[in-house]
Design a protein around this ligand. Structure first.
Ligand code: DGL
Length: 258
């Protein structure tokens, strides 16, 4: 197979990376994609860096052995913090695109505002994140909050409803009275509950996530290496999941079109 026709491999701890896949497909509809979610081992965000690193390396190996890919998108902030550097060392000729919380656009557009970053525990405690916050510390007030419950609900397909409402009300209670200017979704599961976040806060807030930036970087890398698919037809999307049941694959399709 010609390298340009090979798929782009997209990986996440579970279903969250589908929010990035959506953006990739919107930007590069002619590309073929294989998506692998490790829902059997999700959540990653509450695990140790060692565990997340081992799982990410093993799963990406599995994925590129299953289908030869021309690029890898690590559509998971947690796996990116834990493993992107090692992945790049292990696969030196493969374009590997990671994701990080979109703090930069948020602080630039809401200069000196209050910015709430929602992410997993692991993302928030890793050095990659501290360095990012350090860079923009003088541009605004950056508040961080771990929200592991959203990951669990999205994994069950619960992107709306009373269970989510209840969780968000408790989580966001302090920010209902003391408004924030922007929210950065630093976990790829979270964009699926955008509506719930807005409803809970009850006021207008700008929400940022890293999916568009990641998709643009993937496109840039493909063009740079002459790897973009020149075919005129819409590409194919294939889903795989470590849970292996039919139900989870149906949920993948549903989230892709949500
Ligand atoms: N979707 C992942 C992220 O972007 C992590 C969710 C999890 O497994 O905890 O961080």
């Amino acid at each position: 197979m010609n390298q340009q026709n090979m798929p782009i491999a997209v990986f996440d701890s579970g279903l969250g990376g589908i929010s990035v896949l959506k953006e990739l497909v919107r930007l590069m509809p002619r590309e073929n994609y294989i998506y692998y979610g490790d829902s059997k081992n999700a959540p990653y965000g509450t695990k140790s860096i060692r565990e997340v690193c081992d799982l990410t390396l093993a799963n990406i190996d599995f994925l590129i052995k299953k289908k030869t890919a021309k690029a890898i998108v690590v559509a998971c902030n947690t796996a990116t913090s834990a493993a992107v550097a090692i992945l790049r060392e292990t696969h030196p000729f493969m374009p590997i695109i990671g994701i990080e919380p979109a703090i930069k656009p948020a602080v630039m557009e809401k200069l000196h505002g209050r910015i709430l970053v929602l992410a997993t525990e692991m993302t928030l405690r890793e050095q990659k994140f501290s360095l990012l916050v350090e860079k923009y510390r003088d541009c605004g007030e950056i508040i961080t909050l771990a929200a592991p419950g959203i990951v669990e609900l999205v994994e069950k397909g619960l992107t709306e409803g009373p269970e989510l409402d209840h969780y968000l009300e408790k989580l966001l209670e302090p920010y209902r009275q003391q408004p924030i200017d922007a929210i950065v979704l630093g976990c790829t599961h979270f964009p699926f509950v955008n509506g719930g976040i807005r409803k809970t806060l009850g006021y207008d807030v700008t929400i940022y996530d890293g999916s568009l930036g990641t998709a643009k970087e993937a496109e840039r890398q493909l063009i740079l290496r002459d790897l973009a698919n020149p075919d005129g037809n819409p590409g194919k999307i294939e889903f795989f999941n470590s849970r292996g049941d039919r139900k989870i694959l149906v949920l993948c399709e549903k989230l892709l079109h949500a």
